[in-house]
Design a protein around this ligand. Structure first.
Ligand code: ADP
Ligand code: MG
Length: 674
């Protein structure tokens, strides 16, 4: 087997793991190929020492111990203690919330074990509380030194993932270099294989949070893969003819808008008309802050396409958003007599009919999620693809969409402003139109930062106001450190009446989600307790209050997106950032920034600066899905290097295909963390 085959094969072929673990790994690492695991980098470290006389704070102590006796706890809240001997020393293993039966079984008297965990010196001797390693004595040697801690997913333990990754790193053959020798020298770049190996063997925390030579090398590769894809897209589109499309008014002439377009919306449409009237495919991005009114621009563009006999498709990153667009567009198109369809991942029963309708041109406008990209979906006359919330898809996916749609016109939309330094790396191939001003009459959103200890006062005030309320929690199910939607909903139920509080999360069926959102839209209940499934695009003008719980754990871009759900009507609106202690320094900075500004551009520049601090929930918070390794510092310099290297590379060689494949991960089909 050659090296590249090895990298692109499933890891399960080389490491003994169960299918269940394989599934968890796939979820955790956005793929289960060897390369996906090799590119899953540690996010922290622990140090373990065997030196009982000199261990430091924050270090774990690894010892081989012999069990002496068990001590029943003195009171209900007292811990269970197991006295053990380590050579000459006697110490205690300490357990809170213990299961005595289990502990007696695990640690029989006279048994000998290797244990490792957080240790502290007390008057009664050294204690190790809840050792995280309990294993055979002969394994002790493996539990000293620095250990990499990886980002995990529920059910997957660091021990397991770390074992799989280290096995793969060990058996990794030398990977042939794909960057020319002279360039490696010129920028003193590390060799690819060495870089991977170094990253998985961090020596201290700075190896994790700074741009080490190893991380720089991978960042460059990632940017290179991106640049190559962008150039491939641009080139392919230039070589295709999309045909000339001009507005004839058959549909647009009949459209009755409930408002007057803003000057920026009109300018955007002028750019789009100009692109469509050229024989080359349009490849344009509309950048406009949350709430600036991008949807209507997309809708008018689609009508121009449809009145010329073509089909148009609108891709949205979440089912909720797709359904919302469907409703909005159906309303707008009421008197126009066009057929609008919706395709979601989950409604398979009607799929055959939908496919038929697309093939015979009955469906003129299709709205959907990733489901639209499946192989068996074909259009007869596709003339325009609109990609909403483009930053949720990434460059690789855009490349796939464009290819799948035979290089027809593409309109991407994004509310996440791309910092100047990232523009080239993300959208180097696109023409850009910007919507700067929001529709008239909007009042600024007032943002406040409140500790969760004041939650009672907060809900009392919320009870009095007339507006509907979003209440966002980071997780669905109960977890140790985060408040979940269910718990919060129960609490709020005790304050408001039960009919006034409803739950929404990503694991619900599309129909349930749809019903809840629509009922909320109709004003039928007051508080929507939701996960971040409502993060992008959701548009309900009557909801003017957004409470974000655990705000200290979200990234700036995400907070800005969430806040963008309110302030869509003409009433005053409020965003309440509810934090739970402890809040890290960076977390505090983020909250202050949110309070001080509503400028999306500023926030996304700051987001980039504060990134890499490692305390943000989830792993893809920045919104630039395609960039994982190169986003966490100002990387304009790296992009320049990547540009230069791209110039020396053949866009269609084996090396470039290899590079792009490495960074081409599977995508999460909802695009959201739930
Ligand atoms: P986004 O740019 O975040 O996708 P939307 O397209 O969802 O924003 O628009 C936000 C809200 O503003 C919607 O309720 C929409 O109907 C409304 N809107 C859009 N354009 C205008 C306009 N020119 N005047 C008044 N309201 C508008
Ligand atoms: Mg939108």
């Amino acid at each position: 087997m050659n090296v590249r085959e090895f990298l692109f094969s499933p890891a399960i072929n080389f490491v003994k793991i169960s299918e269940h673990t394989d599934k968890l790994i796939k979820k955790c690492c956005s793929g289960n190929r060897v390369i996906d695991l090799l590119l899953h980098f540690p996010s922290s470290i622990v140090n373990r020492t065997a030196d009982i006389n000199n261990f430091q704070d924050k270090e774990k102590l690894t010892l081989v111990v012999k069990v002496l006796r068990h001590a029943a706890p003195a009171g209900r809240s007292a811990p269970y203690k197991i006295y053990v001997a380590a050579g000459e020393d006697e110490l205690q293993l300490v357990y809170f919330n213990y299961n005595a039966y289990y502990l007696r079984k695990t640690f029989p008297v006279d048994g000998v074990f290797c244990v490792s965990g957080d240790a502290r010196r007390t008057i009664g001797g050294i204690q190790i509380a809840h050792p995280d390693v309990v294993t055979q004595p002969s394994y002790a040697q493996y539990h000293v030194g620095t250990e990499a801690i990886y980002p995990l997913t529920t059910g997957l333990q660091n021990k397991t993932l770390s074992y799989v990754i280290s096995t793969l790193v060990k058996s990794m053959p030398t990977i042939p270099e794909h960057i020319p020798e002279d360039i490696l020298k010129k920028y003193s770049l590390m060799n690819f294989s060495d870089a991977i190996s170094a990253i998985h063997h961090p020596k201290n925390m700075s190896d994790i949070i700074t741009m080490t030579p190893a991380r720089k090398r991978i960042a460059i590769d990632e940017l290179l893969a991106n640049q190559i894809r962008l150039r491939q897209i641009r080139k392919a589109m230039e070589e295709h003819a999309s045909g000339i499309v001009t507005e004839n008014g058959r549909l647009t002439g009949k459209l009755k808008l409930p408002f007057k377009l803003t000057p920026d919306q009109i300018n955007c449409l002028a750019d789009i008309r100009h692109d469509l009237a050229s024989a080359k495919p349009m490849n344009r991005l509309i950048q406009g802050d949350v709430g600036s009114g991008k949807t209507i621009v997309a809708f008018v563009s689609m009508l121009i396409i449809i009145e010329n006999g073509f089909q148009a498709v609108l891709l949205a990153p979440t089912e909720i958003l797709a359904m919302q667009h469907y409703t909005t567009m159906k309303n707008l198109a009421n008197d126009l007599g066009i057929n609008i369809g919706i395709m979601l991942g989950s409604n398979r029963r009607i799929r055959a009919k939908q496919i038929e309708n697309l093939k015979n041109n009955t469906t003129q406008l299709l709205i959907g999620t990733h489901a639209v990209l499946e192989d068996n979906i074909e259009f007869s006359h596709l003339g325009l693809v609109v990609i909403d919330e483009q930053h949720r898809f990434g460059v690789m996916q855009r490349a796939r969409v464009i290819k799948k749609c035979h290089y027809t016109n593409v309109l991407a939309m994004s509310a996440t402003p791309i910092p100047r330094t990232l523009l080239l790396g993300c959208y180097g191939d696109l023409d850009v139109s910007t919507i700067k001003t929001k529709p008239a009459g909007r009042k600024p959103i007032e943002t406040s930062v409140i500790g969760v200890s004041k939650i009672k006062d907060l809900v009392t005030r919320l009870k009095e106001i007339d507006s509907q309320i979003y209440w966002v929690c980071p997780v669905i199910e109960e977890s140790e450190e985060l408040t979940d939607v269910t718990t919060r909903c129960e609490y709020l139920n005790g304050v408001f009446s039960a009919q006034e509080v409803k739950i929404l999360h990503g694991k619900m069926k599309p129909k349930e989600k749809d019903d809840i959102i629509n009922s909320f839209k109709r004003g039928e209940f007051k508080v929507l307790v939701s996960t971040t499934v409502i993060e992008v695009g959701v548009d309900i003008p009557n909801a003017n209050v957004m409470v974000i719980e655990h705000a200290e754990r979200f990234g700036l871009s995400q907070l800005h997106q969430l806040r963008g759900r309110v302030g869509r009507g003409t009433d005053s609106s409020y965003c309440i950032l509810l934090y739970h202690n402890p809040v890290s320094k960076v977390g505090r900075e983020r909250l202050n920034l949110m309070r001080e500004t509503t400028d999306g551009f500023l926030l996304s520049e700051e987001d980039l600066k504060l990134r890499g601090a490692g305390d943000i929930l989830g792993k893809e918070q920045s919104g630039f899905n395609s960039l994982r390794f190169s986003e966490f510092t100002d990387n304009s310099q790296l992009i320049e290097i990547a540009e230069e290297i791209t110039n020396t590379m053949d866009l269609h060689s084996e090396d470039t295909a290899f590079l792009c494949d490495m960074f081409n991960r599977i995508e999460n089909d909802t695009g959201v963390i739930v």
